[in-house]
Design a protein around this ligand. Structure first.
Ligand code: S3P
Length: 434
């Protein structure tokens, strides 16, 4: 993909439905006996992988129009044993959260994926589902996929699970399994991660109690098991897809951009805080009605000077997928921008610390990786270069917005990976830059 420098960035944009919420809504719909309907469902390849998982266990999904998806759920405990390994493609969410949903069925399923997914850590899934009585084994070397899930119906209840890393995917795996348990299941996280599952479960009539973290006390979520009821919801615009445009609007010298109908979940919207700390000119308008239990609204952003900032601690899980964009923003900000406490970035679809540092360095950035983050000094004039997205959608989008503010054209190898989360990304980029 060749990206030319953008003369300006302007207009208004509506991004596709949120990928994280779409995965969760589909899996929960599969656990509800009857027809559920999703509006504005994500068109991402990752979400198609979750639909594929559902089909493999006898849950039919059908398209009713663009973004309109119906699910004919079988009910908890009633998924069918798949005929062979289920291909989760590139989707860690499908594998981890799908394992949780599968765990409450007395069936054996093997979850596999592409070369990137086969490199990702999965022993953590066994760690969190084991206490509920599911037998989960990593069939690859060193705790890697394929992942074998041998479920049980019902799972054990009255259990508290403490995930070994702050991960919303692990929390969700436990909560979806908890629906099929014989008593309440609690997850305790020292640092709060995105709470989309907690917000969706009540829409299916499942009670979910959240005790927010306080001084010395972790974030606790308790799900009460029950038969989920079919539901309907509209998925908000994907905050992480919108993030690339927020970053571009804040960095580009001639930008005025509005993003409509986008999710504003506080545990996911860390990039807004980062942009605020960098001095970006950003305005948020909250919509009166939530969607899928989530606050939504529009975000406007325009050009302005940026200063360096530090992203660390509790802010990291709230901005985890946007951290490559923070690195790009750092190249255009005055002073040092530093990311710490983000070692998880090394085990995403690529090693995102190495990938973004290599890409931006080729474009002339002063950027250094560290074991759990990176440090970048700005501002620098980026120059167009040949860079690799390492087949990672978030890196492809981050390098594309860097290319839009660079001098000269940039060639991004592996840019087609944007389809993993945002198939229309390059069309949207062209639309606001032309
Ligand atoms: C996700 C959580 C994050 C994020 C991933 C999607 C989710 O992963 O990086 O892209 O939908 O819950 P972890 O929970 O493993 O950090």
């Amino acid at each position: 993909m060749r990206i030319e420098p953008a003369p300006w960035v302007r207009g208004s944009l509506r991004v596709p439905g949120d990928k994280s919420i779409s995965h969760r809504a589909l899996l929960l719909a599969g656990l509800a006996a009857g027809r559920s309907y999703l509006g504005h469902c994500s068109d991402a390849a990752d979400v198609a992988a979750t639909r594929h998982l559902l089909e493999a266990v006898g849950v039919a999904t059908f398209d009713r129009g663009p973004g309109q998806v119906g699910v004919l759920g079988r009910g908890r405990w009633r998924w069918l044993a798949p005929e062979g390994p289920i291909d989760c493609a590139n989707s860690g969410s499908t594998m981890r959260m799908g394992a949780g949903a599968l765990a409450g069925h007395a069936i054996l399923a093997v979850l596999d994926g592409d070369g990137s997914l086969r490199q990702r850590p999965m022993a953590r899934v066994a760690t969190v589902l084991g206490p509920l009585g599911a037998t989960v084994r990593c069939l690859g070397d060193g705790g890697r996929p394929p992942l074998e899930v041998c479920g049980r119906a019902p799972l054990a209840g009255d259990v508290t699970v403490r995930p070994p890393v702050a991960s919303a995917q692990l929390k969700t795996a436990v909560l979806l399994a908890g629906v099929s348990a014989s008593g309440p299941v609690t997850v305790e996280e020292p640092v709060a991660t995105r709470d989309h599952t907690e917000r969706i479960l009540p829409l299916a009539g499942i009670s979910c109690r959240v005790e927010a973290a306080a001084e010395g006390r972790p974030w606790r979520v308790t799900v009460a098991p029950g038969e989920p009821e079919p539901f309907g919801l509209t998925v908000p615009g994907d905050l992480s897809s919108a993030a690339a445009f927020r970053a571009l609007g804040a960095m580009h010298p001639a930008a005025e951009l509005r993003l409509e109908g986008v999710g504003l979940n506080p545990l996911r919207a860390g990039l807004l805080d980062v942009l605020g700390a960098m001095g970006a000119r950003i305005a948020v308008e909250l919509a009166s009605e939530p969607a899928a239990g989530e606050p939504t609204g529009s975000v406007s952003v325009r050009s302005g000077p940026l200063v360096g900032t530090v992203v660390a601690g509790a802010l990291v899980p709230r901005a985890i997928d946007e951290l490559p964009l923070v690195a790009v923003l750092g190249t255009q900000a005055e002073g040092v921008t530093e990311i710490r406490d983000a070692a998880e970035l090394r085990v995403k679809e690529s090693d995102r610390i190495e990938a973004i540092c290599a890409g931006l360095r080729a474009m002339g950035a002063e950027i250094e990786p560290s074991p759990d983050g990176l440090r970048v000094r700005g501002p620098v004039r980026l120059r167009g270069a040949r860079v690799s997205a390492r087949s990672d959608h978030r890196i492809a989008m981050a390098l594309a917005v860097a290319a839009a503010v660079a001098d000269g054209p940039t060639e991004i190898e592996g840019a087609e990976s944007v389809a993993i989360s945002y198939p229309g990304f390059f069309d949207a980029l062209r639309a606001v830059c032309d």
